[in-house]
Design a protein around this ligand. Structure first.
Ligand SMILES: Nc1ncnc2c1ncn2[C@@H]1O[C@H](COP(=O)(O)OP(=O)(O)O)[C@@H](O)[C@H]1O
Ligand SMILES: [Mg+2]
Length: 338
């Protein structure tokens, strides 16, 4: 039973003969949906794709794993899903060790892989139905129909996979990942290269799954999506987890806001008495720029505007700007670069 499952989902180019994980000093954390300790991966080439990764994914959350190309996202997901062997470390899925208790672990997981691998001659309905069987779930035509309808594939149910468009193939991969009703779903770059409609459908689906209590782990290059959707984000770079944080908290801590005032009369320098605000001048003295943190300093703006008025500094226009998760992410990855 485990073998065809592995073959079904194994990505080409990722077959390897790693040493297998050792259940060393792992602390059992039954409270996590996914519990990763000391995970290291050396590919056969000798390349170290993951280095001592520790990560806990909570039940029912949407977790976004962010990182540049080659960071190790797909490797991490592939190890958790049992498609690639770890060199060292432990993974528990809902408390089940992926080595010793593979079937129990795998049954809880659904994976929409980054690479679309499908059997060109299979038909849509049969292919999805077969995926359910692979996990030892009893036949359930109503469930298969519901999943196909949810993904707008019902009308295509008798078509061969080779006749599907790229977007339809991606829907099919999602249907195959969902049909055995996994409690934990991995989406590896689900929206890369898909059209706007499919992206929207995908996010609606993710929200519905979350409402049903499904834990969702996704990787994405569209950081604004993570910002909007994810409860927590993890940043991975060069095989190491750099940070795990509540999305909102990350925005609060690292998000900076900037207020730019376009002055009526340019200033040669910022008056000494305003030094507490840390103001800078831009555009040859035509702009006065105030940088403050997203939450805490909001009250300081009325005081600043009053102080400027008292100094006879008048502005004709203003705008504010907020650093996005994208900028935060870029700076983390840049700072983390060796
Ligand atoms: N089968 C493999 N053999 C050797 N190196 C690999 C293999 N698969 C991935 N890698 C390398 O491991 C690193 C991480 O890859 P991957 O996990 O796919 O990153 P990501 O999904 O974050 O883009 C990359 O440098 C990649 O080239
Ligand atoms: Mg990848």
């Amino acid at each position: 039973m485990t073998t065809p499952t592995q073959f079904l989902f194994r990505e080409t180019g990722q077959a390897d003969s790693g040493a297998g994980g050792q259940a060393s000093a792992a602390v059992m954390d039954a409270g996590s949906a996914i519990h990763v300790r000391g995970l290291t991966k050396h590919y056969d080439s000798g390349f170290r794709a993951l280095h001592d990764v520790n990560l806990d994914i909570r039940h029912g959350e949407i977790f976004a794993l962010l990182g540049p190309n080659g960071a190790g996202k797909t490797t991490l997901i592939s190890i958790i899903c049992g498609l690639v062997n770890a060199s060292e470390g432990t993974v528990l899925v809902d408390g089940h060790d992926i080595q010793r208790d593979f079937r129990a672990a795998r049954q809880r997981l659904g994976l929409v892989p980054q690479e679309l691998a499908t059997d060109a001659f299979a038909k849509v309905h049969a292919s999805v139905s077969y995926s359910r069987g692979l996990f030892g779930k009893p036949r359930n035509p109503a469930k298969v129909e519901q999943v196909l309808r949810d993904l707008s594939l019902w009308d295509k149910r008798d078509e061969r996979l080779m006749s599907l468009s790229g977007g339809m193939k991606r829907r099919l991969m999602i249907a195959k990942a969902l049909v055995h009703e996994p409690r934990i779903l991995f989406l590896d770059e689900p929206t890369a290269g898909v059209d706007v409609e499919l992206r929207r459908d995908m996010w609606n689906l993710v929200q519905r799954l979350k409402e049903d209590g499904t834990t969702i782990i996704l990787t994405t290059h569209y950081i604004e999506e993570a910002e909007e959707m994810a409860d927590r984000v993890g940043v991975i770079n060069q095989g190491q987890i750099k940070l795990v944080e509540e999305t909102r908290e990350l925005m609060r801590q690292l998000g900076r806001k900037q207020l730019t005032l376009h002055l009526e009369t340019p200033l040669a320098q910022v008056p000494e008495t305003l030094s507490a605000y840390g103001l800078t001048l831009g555009d040859d003295g035509h702009e006065l720029i105030y940088t403050y943190d997203g939450q805490g300093d909001r009250d300081s703006i009325p005081a600043l505007l009053q102080a400027l008025d008292a100094h006879g500094i008048h502005f004709r226009d203003l705008h504010t700007q907020q650093s996005s998760l994208e900028e935060i992410f870029v700076s983390l990855v840049r700072d983390g670069h060796r």
